[in-house]
Design a protein around this ligand. Structure first.
Ligand code: GLY
Length: 329
């Protein structure tokens, strides 16, 4: 088992990474009630095992997909917690992909102004990105993550074995975020992705980068903005598709179009072809502009945008929405 520690302002978050940790999750759990939030897809595969491993836990199963990541779902879960007599020192276990870790974090952050929270991400994207760093939110209609906060899990348990049952599209979605870490922070990591890499190794390296960046800049004021590479166009595509296009797939398209340097773009496309990731942009510039204007990363009419200098090296620039549309799209 590998371990990564991220020291945030008020919290130290440990991430444990190892094959077979799901079966050992009980060893990690604190005393008190456990309330598991999961979704239909994960339940189909792992509900029986979960009940066997933590028989005393209450389990809440949400519909699968980002369209369930809403205040209404959060409120329903809170009612359930109240009925169970759940207290601040009891623990919510978010068991699923990024939608579940986001939703669980949001409920944990707001239930009685904060209760204990553990994340056990099951998708590649949630393992390498969503579960770590404290961002949690719900959507508002078709606008993604508009209602949210920062709230860290007490710890995160990453079992790469879950990836064996992940649908191809979800796997590629996670790979896109892994590519982002290489593209923006670490050229050797980017190059490794052309090889027959070990999944545990790339999950570990991704999380090391994420832990370091988010610990340096917990609240997205400086270098954490770099983690948003490709996300301006990516979020627009994701929202316009009403979440039918997976987050990472949309980010992959966004990273391609947000890369201006032709040599880097060529190398990125080569990696996408190698891994089976496409770059079709299925919406008009005008439709994307409408969404870019709603983006959380917008301050007034300016966007803080990560821009690549080279593979493994990026900086943050402030550009206007007009410039973004002219230069990038
Ligand atoms: N997924 C980007 C971040 O956590 O900042």
């Amino acid at each position: 088992m590998k371990r990564i520690t991220a020291q945030y302002r008020f919290n130290k978050v440990k991430t444990y990474i190892g094959s077979g940790l799901f079966n050992k999750i009980r060893l990690f759990l604190p005393d008190g009630k456990i309330f598991v939030i999961t979704d239909e897809n994960v339940a189909k595969l792992y509900l029986d095992a979960l009940k066997r491993i933590i028989p005393e836990a209450s389990i809440y199963i949400v519909g699968a997909g980002d369209s369930y990541k809403t205040l209404t779902t959060a409120e329903t879960i809170v009612s359930r917690l109240i009925n169970l007599g759940f207290t601040k020192t009891d623990t919510i276990l978010g068991f699923g992909g990024g939608m579940i870790t986001d939703l669980s974090g949001f409920v944990a952050a707001t239930y009685k102004r904060g209760c204990d929270f553990i994340a056990m991400p099951t998708s590649l994207l949630a393992q390498v990105d969503s579960a770590l760093g404290g961002k949690c939110a719900v959507n508002c209609g078709k606008y993604k993550n508009q209602i949210g906060t920062y709230y860290h899990p007490r710890f995160i348990v990453v079992d790469p074995d879950f990836i064996k049952t992940l649908p191809e599209e979800e796997y590629l979605s996670g790979l896109a975020e892994i590519i982002k870490y290489g593209l923006v922070f670490d050229r050797s990591f980017f190059n490794l992705l052309f090889s027959d890499f070990s999944l545990s190794e790339v999950i570990y390296r991704s999380l090391k980068i994420k832990a370091q960046i988010t610990a340096q800049d917990e609240f997205d004021e400086k270098e954490r903005v770099l983690l948003n590479y490709g996300h301006t166009i990516g979020h627009a595509i994701e929202s316009l598709s009403e979440f039918k296009v997976k987050h990472g797939i949309a980010v992959a398209v966004g990273m391609y179009y947000e890369t201006k340097d032709e040599k880097i773009k060529h190398r990125l496309l080569k990696l996408y072809n190698h891994l089976g990731i496409g770059v079709d942009i299925p919406f008009s510039r005008e439709a994307i502009l409408t969404y870019v204007c709603q983006d959380k990363k917008l301050s007034g009419k300016m966007i803080r945008l990560p821009v690549l200098e080279d593979i493994g090296k990026a900086q943050i620039v402030n550009i206007s929405v007009e410039e973004f549309m002219r230069e990038i799209l």
